[in-house]
Design a protein around this ligand. Structure first.
Ligand code: MN
Length: 230
């Protein structure tokens, strides 16, 4: 007997798979904080003393297919953070680092959009970051490429152009916690599930966006990301 729902079930958030008609169903979105030393320093922290940490966005915060991003409510300081996105295909807990890449289905390019003013207020008051990080459309994301086509990117340029000019640039090799170590640690905190995404942190150069800005994200070998602020 099939389940009867009292409201129509919400649609399943998903990402395009580059070059196919199939889609990757998204479950949860984990984000790594301060995973590049230069960005940790620009935010006023010592990367040698502080291990990275995690926060979440709802899967409904995804913004896909290069759609426009509506400037979010109740903020005057919305920042871009360009990040490589890791798509988990096989779940597990307490995953060993040397087995972690077996759990990855593919990779993409994402933006961890941030209401920096609301995040700053939350930090000051010791409150959760949700209003600063987990708002509607706060996770623009490119199509994914499967590991069979892109391998496991561990070095190469990660950058963001705003209106054609480079605003953030770095190298994946500068991550404090690489992808296997991130998966291993995250899987000690949560049982990872197929469909989970991990936003792996941003290099230096985060800054405010304004209405009309065109944001173009790049990671060597991965599909491009594009969104315009409206
Ligand atoms: Mn981030």
């Amino acid at each position: 007997m099939s389940t009867t729902f009292v409201i129509a079930p919400p649609p399943i958030p998903s990402l395009a798979v580059e070059g196919t008609q199939s889609r990757f169903a998204v479950n949860r979105i984990y984000c790594v904080g301060r995973n590049y030393a230069d960005h940790a320093r620009e935010m006023g922290h010592d990367p040698d003393r502080e291990p990275p940490f995690f926060f979440m966005k709802p899967a409904t915060a995804l913004l896909t297919e290069g759609k426009d991003m509506k400037y979010p409510s109740l903020s005057k300081d919305v920042h871009h953070e360009i990040e490589m996105v890791v798509a988990i295909g096989k779940g597990g807990s307490n995953i060993a680092s040397d087995k972690a890449l077996d759990h990855v289905w593919g990779y993409g390019v994402g933006l961890d959009m941030t209401r920096r003013d609301l995040q700053g207020e939350a930090k000051k008051m010791g409150r959760p970051w949700d209003t600063g990080k987990a708002f509607d459309q706060s996770a623009p994301c490119s199509a994914l490429l499967p590991v069979s086509q892109c391998g496991h990117p561990a070095k190469g340029n990660i950058s963001l152009k705003v209106n054609g000019e480079i605003r953030q640039t770095g190298d994946l090799a500068m991550m404090i916690w690489n992808v296997p170590d991130t998966i291993a640690y995250l899987s000690t905190l949560f049982t990872l599930m197929p469909g989970d995404l991990i936003f792996s942190g941003t290099p230096a150069g985060v800054a405010a966006v304004k209405v009309g800005d065109l944001l173009e994200g790049h990671v060597d070998g991965l599909p491009a990301l594009k969104t315009k602020m409206v």
